[in-house]
Design a binder for this molecule. Sequence first.
Ligand SMILES: Cc1cc2nc3c(=O)[nH]c(=O)nc-3n(C[C@H](O)[C@H](O)[C@H](O)COP(=O)(O)OP(=O)(O)OC[C@H]3O[C@@H](n4cnc5c(N)ncnc54)[C@H](O)[C@@H]3O)c2cc1C
Length: 202
Amino acid sequence: MHDYVIIGGGIVGLATAMAVGNKYSGASILVLEKEQDLAQHQSGRNSGVIHSGIYYKPGSLKARFAREGNRSMVEFCREHGIKHEVCGKVIVATKPSELPLLDSLFQRGLDHRLAVARLGPEQVREIEPHVRCLAGIKVPSTGIVNYREVSAITESLRPDLLLIAPACLAIAWPALVASIRVQKSSRSVVSTTSWYPKNGIS
Ligand SMILES: Cc1cc2nc3c(=O)[nH]c(=O)nc-3n(C[C@H](O)[C@H](O)[C@H](O)COP(=O)(O)OP(=O)(O)OC[C@H]3O[C@@H](n4cnc5c(N)ncnc54)[C@H](O)[C@@H]3O)c2cc1C
């Protein structure tokens, strides 16, 4: 019996498990993943960018979460020794018709209070020697990381590692959730088609 069952061991499920664990101390949390390992789908096959949020509409939740997520992801990597790099990103206009869009992105960056800088073609070339452009913007807070490595750290998420302590977290795979039955008692029964009791879960 668990207080919380989270379906899917991608970055969203794992981050949710961590957040629930931090919020409800002592809660028992179970993450069910259908594959043989964590982050085998989108989370482990994406471009590995820690986004700055520059593209999102100022004031939107997406913009806020991207900025906060950028900060907390870098913090998480530093804390747990996960290889990452805050290398920044350069956005360029290669045609005159792209210059107004570049201007509005620059303004967006300022609205988001990102430390954006305008670059001339030569300054862009100093950063990216193979790029030919009319103008660019440097967004310093963009980074890179392997999200599979970020997810792998949660394999060792145990109360004694104090990552989500004092909650009790278990991750099980391969465990494909086939049905969820909500009972009158407000308890739900989650059924899986396969089950490997890793971490001694039953
Ligand atoms: C091409 C591409 C590039 C991207 N690049 C970036 C990037 O650079 N930076 C960035 O921040 N975001 C990027 N994203 C977005 C990012 O990858 C996703 O937002 C994120 O990985 C979604 O995580 P998730 O946990 O929701 O999904 P997933 O990682 O797909 O996890 C879902 C998990 O649920 C499991 N599952 C599904 N059904 C069941 C079931 N019935 N029972 C048990 N388990 C189940 C799956 O096996 C899977 O492991 C990119 C997306 C794409 C498509």
